[in-house]
Design a protein. Structure first.
Length: 144
């Protein structure tokens, strides 16, 4: 009976270790994917910046780092909450300005943002309004 209990405990412990290892690998791959996308944003030579409340489209080339560096300061985490309606849309490497570039579409909504379909929001206790205000100030910078 004692051998059975030890065998069962060993199997359960092995399964827990395998699950933990799998979760750790998956988390590391997601972090690498997020870092890779952010580095692609940093390396973008141009972007198209749009505001849902205006028909004006702003193309950004020479001052692109002012916009792309914004992503380094964001305090966001992965989220399941999709962007229902965007307030700001930024297309890095937009095909209007960049040939042979991979477009990266960032949608900023009222409660979340997405980067090429991956959803992000702020950690608990941090209002997402801060993110929206940050991009509002960037949009106003480029409009004026």
């Amino acid at each position: 009976m004692r051998r059975k209990a030890i065998s069962i405990c060993s199997i359960v412990l092995a399964l827990i270790l395998l699950l933990a290892l799998g979760w750790s690998i998956r988390k590391g791959q997601q972090e690498e994917k997020d870092e890779d996308m952010i580095s692609k944003i940093f390396d973008s030579p141009a972007a198209k910046f749009e505001y849902a409340g205006s028909d004006e489209v702003i193309y950004i080339t020479s001052d692109i780092k002012t916009l792309s560096n914004t992503f380094a300061s964001l305090d966001v985490i992965e989220s399941k909450q999709p962007v229902s309606e965007w307030i700001y849309r930024i297309t890095f490497n937009c095909k209007e300005l960049v040939t042979n570039g991979e477009e990266i579409v960032v949608l900023i909504g009222s409660e979340s943002l997405s980067i090429n379909g991956e959803n992000y929001s702020t950690p608990e206790g941090v209002p997402f309004e801060n993110v929206v205000e940050l991009f509002a100030s960037k949009y106003n910078y480029f409009v004026n």
